[in-house]
Design a protein around this ligand. Structure first.
Ligand code: ACO
Length: 271
């Protein structure tokens, strides 16, 4: 990839000084933005700071960006939530689940919804998000991959929705895309057994678009980004909007929505 136009580094969540750091790197190169979970020594475990940084990136995403790549540094895409968040001490500067559990009223739900904001923007019609997934994608890591529109995976990928095994539910926006992608029965099987889904099955059941050798992952992502950028920007936004609405509409409603979007396209192109 050419010299990035903008770079920001979120730091290391293992910070013992108490300041909350995200372990997220963000780069923009023209129409492509890349988000890199950058704590490979801890298998890109995620904290509240990670999710805040993801949300902040979404809020300030430069307007020219059309493709957002989400990837993880090192052998694993992400080993999920930082397990220190389940200890009484928590992550320095970020608290823990036991402190959050004691919070009054809707405090915990609000924290979850703040965390979810880091994932939800990846489905905006204005962008196409691609997860480049190698090694482990566990729990919150699996859900971050699910938050993206497309998943291109390395041969060694292993997805695992571990939350139910830990007494939790997946709450980082992953349940709906999982059901949409693989169907209810398969989603129940994957989540309620917390079993591992490897590359061949991931592609077969529609969880991943493509599997490549680990060394080819970066090139495969670049190729997909180039393909996505080869179409008309406004038509791509309108088409994604249509496709996203399709599941919730009848055929007649969807046809009407197509006509509305096309009328706008025709006015722009020929009006
Ligand atoms: N949270 C905090 N630290 C982690 C996490 C995690 N989720 N995952 C790995 N690490 C740390 C390890 O403690 C270890 O640290 P150390 O070097 O200081 O001892 C380092 O990352 C490397 O981990 P290894 O286990 O040595 O790496 P390996 O490649 O052999 O295994 C694996 C990777 C399979 C991902 C393993 O680390 C693991 O099972 N991690 C926990 C996964 C998990 O249960 N996540 C929670 C899911 S539920 C949710 O996300 C809501």
């Amino acid at each position: 990839m050419a010299e990035a136009q903008a770079r920001q580094r979120g730091g290391n969540a293992d910070d013992d000084s108490g300041s909350a750091r995200s372990g997220v790197r963000f780069e923009v190169d023209g129409e492509i933005a890349t988000i890199t979970l950058d704590r490979p020594e801890k298998r890109n475990a995620q904290t509240f700071a990670t999710w805040s940084e993801l949300a902040r990136i979404g809020e300030s995403l430069p307007e020219q960006v059309r493709v957002v790549v989400v990837k993880g540094e090192g052998p694993s895409f992400s080993a999920g939530i930082d397990l220190r968040m389940f200890t009484p001490e928590g992550v320095p500067g970020q608290g823990s689940f036991s402190s959050a559990a004691k919070s009054e009223g809707a405090g915990f739900e609000q924290r979850v919804s703040q965390a979810q904001a880091g994932f939800l923007w990846l489905r905006r019609p204005e962008i196409v998000s691609i997860a480049a997934v190698q090694g482990h994608a566990i729990g919150a890591g699996f859900q971050l991959a699910l938050a993206c529109d497309l998943r291109i995976v390395a041969e060694d990928v292993s997805f695992c929705m571990k939350e139910p095994a830990l007494g939790l539910v997946p709450d980082l926006t992953g349940t709906k895309p999982l059901v949409d992608l693989v169907g209810l029965a398969k989603a129940i099987d994957i989540c309620l057994t917390a079993r591992t889904v490897h590359a061949e099955e991931a592609v077969r059941i529609g969880l991943a678009e493509r599997v490549v050798a680990g060394g080819d992952l970066e090139q495969a992502i670049q190729d997909k980004a180039a393909q996505l950028l080869s179409t008309n920007r406004d038509a791509a936004v309108a088409t994604k909007r249509l496709l996203q609405g399709a599941l919730g509409r009848t055929l007649e409603e969807q046809s009407a929505a197509e006509a509305v979007e096309q009328a706008a396209r025709i006015r722009t192109l020929f009006g």
